[in-house]
Design a binder for this molecule. Structure first.
Ligand SMILES: *[C@@H]1O[C@H](CO)[C@@H](O)[C@H](O)[C@H]1NC(C)=O
Ligand SMILES: *[C@@H]1O[C@H](CO)[C@@H](O)[C@H](O)[C@H]1NC(C)=O
Ligand SMILES: *[C@@H]1O[C@H](CO)[C@@H](O)[C@H](O)[C@H]1NC(C)=O
Ligand SMILES: *[C@@H]1O[C@H](CO)[C@@H](O)[C@H](O)[C@H]1NC(C)=O
Ligand SMILES: *[C@@H]1O[C@H](CO)[C@@H](O)[C@H](O)[C@H]1NC(C)=O
Length: 367
């Protein structure tokens, strides 16, 4: 019970209602093919895997804005991927590691908070997430003949969208290890080659639609600013840490090249790369237009201005406090975006305008 998610499955009386309607008015035989998404990533798109996988409890006020309970999302409400699922009219993606109440008929979310392309404190790096997908595909195939499991067919695996949102933790780890900026940048090709390996393994196993995000402006996160800034001369015009954003931009330049390479190498496949950096940076740069007062200050944390972020007094700890419900903040807890920011990000992702080629996700998944 406690593990079921709000807004997730129809109440049983609705199912009854559907049955009655079906008897009276049979559905047309041609139904639009449904969208199926397999997502790989970190906390930006983790819908509860870290908490279920490690048995951690992410306490209030997480979830207060929408689910009204803790769901394992590092947010006051929905993530951008939740808004995408709403738009595609599919279930919110269950975390692969959640064994109770999950429903995988519309896909699986393999993303885990803290994950990177390399092993971190969280034992679910991108390579492991892809192996979990291959296991899931095998299990689905075995169980389908018995009418069990996700029931996703071979054709649906072929037609599904495979999305990847990785890189932020890899860059962040390099800085936390005190590598100099040039050394951080030197590390980027190996991060991208691990991302390429992951995508290639999905391609070899039949995936043909890839939706890839680049990484956001790490230097604008309240946590980065509070813990890593030593001198105001390190800041850019918006007050973000320039080196961190420059490293993200260097990563994204190489990500663009990888996207071009995959587009030309993968036959019969579509590779779409979406510029998450521009989408997120725009929130900070034009914060007034979106009604955000203190763009670099976390809603939930400790210490007040300028960043409201303090080590070990982070959101969810009893000693941390949150801004009033209804206040508009970009950052929820100093690292992750608020629901209201995620909603704006999702609408830009769905617009197709930030994608190369400019294909809409709705078009890609129904094609
Ligand atoms: C899973 O979700 C699908 C689509 O919403 C629904 O038809 C199905 O009944 C659900 N399965 C379970 C076991 O809840
Ligand atoms: C999936 O099954 C194939 C054989 O059908 C096997 O070669 C492969 O190793 C399996 N993968 C996983 C992750 O279980
Ligand atoms: C990085 O440098 C800071 C400040 O000099 C130090 O406190 C910290 O322990 C160093 N971290 C690592 C991983 O070496
Ligand atoms: C901050 O950086 C500037 C420019 O690099 C330097 O002149 C100044 O001494 C630094 N201030 C401190 C407190 O380190
Ligand atoms: C691409 O698809 C066509 C038609 O389904 C098929 O004949 C061809 O072998 C495919 N090419 C590759 C490289 O998979």
């Amino acid at each position: 019970m406690g593990n079921s998610r709000a807004g997730y499955s129809l109440p049983s009386f609705n199912n009854l209602f559907v049955v009655v309607i079906l008897v009276l008015y049979p559905l047309p035989t041609h139904v639009d093919s449904k969208c199926i998404i397999f997502n790989f990533g970190d906390s930006n798109s983790d819908t509860g895997a870290l908490t279920s996988g490690l048995g951690l409890y992410l306490g209030p006020p997480a979830g207060r804005q929408f689910f009204h309970k803790t769901t394992g999302r590092f947010c006051d409400g929905r993530l951008y991927i939740d808004f995408i699922c709403e738009n595609l009219k599919i279930n919110y993606l269950s975390p692969y590691l959640e064994s109770l109440g999950s429903n995988f008929t519309h896909g699986v979310n393999f993303a885990v908070a803290g994950a990177a392309t390399q092993m971190t404190g969280v034992p679910f790096p991108l390579s492991t997430q892809v192996l979990q997908f291959l296991h899931f595909k095998n299990r689905t195939r075995d169980l389908r003949s018995k009418g069990l499991g996700s029931l996703i067919s071979e054709k649906e695996f072929h037609d599904a969208v495979y999305s990847f949102d990785m890189g932020q933790n890899d860059i962040s780890i390099a800085f936390i290890a005190n590598l100099s900026y040039p050394r951080v940048v030197d590390n980027i090709p190996s991060i991208l080659s691990r991302i390429e390996d992951a995508i290639e393994l999905v391609y070899e196993n039949g995936g043909r639609k890839f939706w890839i995000y680049n990484t956001g402006p790490l230097g604008c996160l309240p946590q980065t600013l509070a813990l890593r800034k030593k001198n105001d001369s390190e800041l850019d015009l918006l007050g973000c840490l320039a080196d961190y954003n420059n490293a993200a931009k260097a990563f994204n330049e190489q990500m663009n090249k990888l996207c071009d390479k995959l587009s030309s190498e993968y036959k019969n496949a579509t590779t779409v790369c979406t510029d998450m950096y521009s989408i997120k940076y725009d929130l900070f740069a034009n914060h007034k237009e979106y009604g955000f007062e203190n763009p670099l200050m976390a809603c939930c944390g400790h210490g007040g201005p300028p960043y409201n972020y303090a080590d070990r007094i982070t959101c969810g700890q009893p000693t941390a406090t949150a801004c009033a419900v209804g206040d508009r903040s970009i950052s929820w807890d100093g690292v992750h975006y608020t629901e209201v920011a995620n909603k704006i990000a999702a609408s830009k992702i769905l617009s197709g305008k930030y994608s190369n080629p400019q294909i809409k996700l709705t078009t890609l998944c129904r094609s």
